[in-house]
Every structure is written in structure tokens, then in C-alpha cells.
Design a protein around this ligand. Sequence first.
Ligand SMILES: Nc1nc2c(ncn2[C@@H]2O[C@H](COP(=O)(O)OP(=O)(O)OP(=O)(O)O)[C@@H](O)[C@H]2O)c(=O)[nH]1
Ligand SMILES: [Mg+2]
Ligand SMILES: [Zn+2]
Length: 325
Amino acid sequence: MNNNCRVIQVHRDRYLVRSGEEETYCVLTGNLRFREEYPVVGDYVNITENPYGDSLIREILPRKTVFCRPDRSGHADGFAKTLQVQPLIANIDYVFIITSLNRDFSTGRIARYAAMAVSGGAVPVAVLTKADLCPDPGEMEAKAAALSGDLKTIVISSRTGFGLERLREYFRPGVTIALLGSSGAGKSTLINTLAGQEIMRTGEIREEDSKGRHTTTHRELIEVDGVSLIDTPGLRELGVIDAGEGIAGTFADIADLVSRCAFSDCTHRNEPGCAVRRALEDGSLTPERWRMYSRLEEENRRSSVRKNERMMKIAMERRKIPRKK
Ligand SMILES: Nc1nc2c(ncn2[C@@H]2O[C@H](COP(=O)(O)OP(=O)(O)OP(=O)(O)O)[C@@H](O)[C@H]2O)c(=O)[nH]1
Ligand SMILES: [Mg+2]
Ligand SMILES: [Zn+2]
């Protein structure tokens, strides 16, 4: 299995690679590491097999499509010149944007994912999950569908099987589909349902705010009847903040507090381990500054949603999505 293997799991510095029925763990050659070329799930690679230990990845083949996210390690997003992107998965045909029909539903987020999918060459599909829990999915479905005439919107329930036959239209052998979306949206559950067995671990969501608990912690490619499905962890930060850098610079101490809250999506109201509440209580943060910061953040969040929608429209215009026959 030397050539045209596919990376199906990425661990710290080891890669699980599959060719046909065979799987082997690999590390990178010094050359690739030197050039800082790192494989991602979905990459095709050439390897040199080592019967005594980890095999070696020699070469990453050119990516046909890629899904990236802005890299926040260096610079804030929104500054085109300094914007870094980090490839997350490669060679995907479709991106299923998994969004649950509950309080976590956000058209801004769907637009953002769609824009990233289209700009990487993949076709986005909005998949709205947990229809069985939603008395009237029609309203949210209409909102998602209104984002773009080119964005297919499909309402499903993994629990009852509702809508799954519409998803199966995409399942042609050789096709690769990535499932992306917030933690708790039901990505792993959908994969298990489609596979007809418990392949991925799933986790309950928090009832108060419908947020997930980041159950899936790595990207993984699973083959079901010749179709490659990629499960991914819920991304914390895809709804990146535009003016975030400016706000965080002006209120560095508050930004620091926020990053110390026990939950990454803390609302700073009543969650346990909230660093903001603690600072308000012990007086190290005044209510006035906190109000000012929250107001700015909120405004910025709203304008980011509008910007995401614009971004998606521009990306879609640039690359007209081929309609399915
Ligand atoms: N009622 C109902 N619950 C669902 C459905 N799909 C998923 N769930 C539940 O939602 C919770 C989260 O599901 P997961 O599949 O773990 O979510 P995920 O998107 O993989 O989350 P991360 O791995 O954390 O990113 C679990 O308790 C599932 O049982 C559905 O269609 N209907
Ligand atoms: Mg999961
Ligand atoms: Zn908090």
C-alpha cells in the first residue's frame, strides 16, 4: 500500500492511513516537516511502508478541494492582508452544515460555513437536524433556504429517520462528505445512523442553552457503502469576530477574564466557573466597564452575522455551484 493512500485520522504527530482494506500508522518524513507540510484528514498521500513500526508519509498529493478556517493563532480575522487560513480537511465534495433546530440555530453560522465550503471548492448543503424536537421546522428551514438559492436545505431527524432519503441522494460511491457544525448539533449521531452502527461516540447537550460538550475531539473519515463521511469536532470559533481584535485590545483585562470561564460559550449569567461573575463580585471589574464591553461585543456579533451572509453571497457568485440533475 505505497501509493494513493488516504489519511483517515490525524493524531498529534501520527496519521492513520488507509488503502483499500489496509490501515497503517504513519509519521512524516523530515522533509515534509521541514517544509511544514502537514496532512489533514481526506488527504491522499504516498508512503513508504515500515514493517517494524510507523510507516513514512513521503508526499501529500495536490488537494482538489479544501475546507479551511481562519487561523486565530497569529492575527484576528477580518484583516485580509494578515489573514491566515488553516486547512482542516481535504478532497471533499460536499460539506453538510449540520445545525440543530433549537436555540443553537443561526443563519449567520450557516452562511459562514457555506462561504468557507464554496471558497475551498466544495458544495455546501444545510442539514437541519432534530426535526423531531421542533414543533415547526418550517420557519427555520425557510430562513436557511433564504440565504441563497444555491444552498440546498434539508430537514432531518436521526431519531425518526425523517428526511434521510433526501440526504442519500448525495451518497454515490467515491463521494466524500464532511459533516461540520457546532458541538451537539448531531454530526456523530447522523454518521452512526447512516452507518447503522455505533461508530462514533455521541454526547448529551446542555439543556439550558442547547450547547454541546465537544464529544468528538478529532476528525475522522468513515467509509459507509463506498461513501466517505468525515466526522469533525464542533468548531468553537467559526463565527469569527470582525472587530474582535480592537475590542479585545481596548478591554484586554476583560478579554482575559472571558477566556478563563469554565465554558467556552459562557454567557456570564449563571454558569459555574464564570470568571467574569467572580470579578464583578469581588469588585475587580466594574459593572460599567462590563456593560460597555458586552454592548460592543453584541454589536460586533450582529454585524459579523451580516458580513457572513455577504461573504457567502460573494463566494457563491464567484463559483456557481453545479446544480444536481
Ligand atoms: N431528538 C434528537 N436528538 C438528537 C438527534 N441527533 C442527535 N441528537 C442528540 O444530540 C446530542 C448530541 O449529538 P452528537 O451526535 O454527539 O453531536 P455532535 O454534533 O457530534 O457533537 P460534537 O461531537 O460535540 O461536535 C446527543 O444527545 C444525540 O442523541 C435527533 O435527530 N433528534
Ligand atoms: Mg460528534
Ligand atoms: Zn463567564
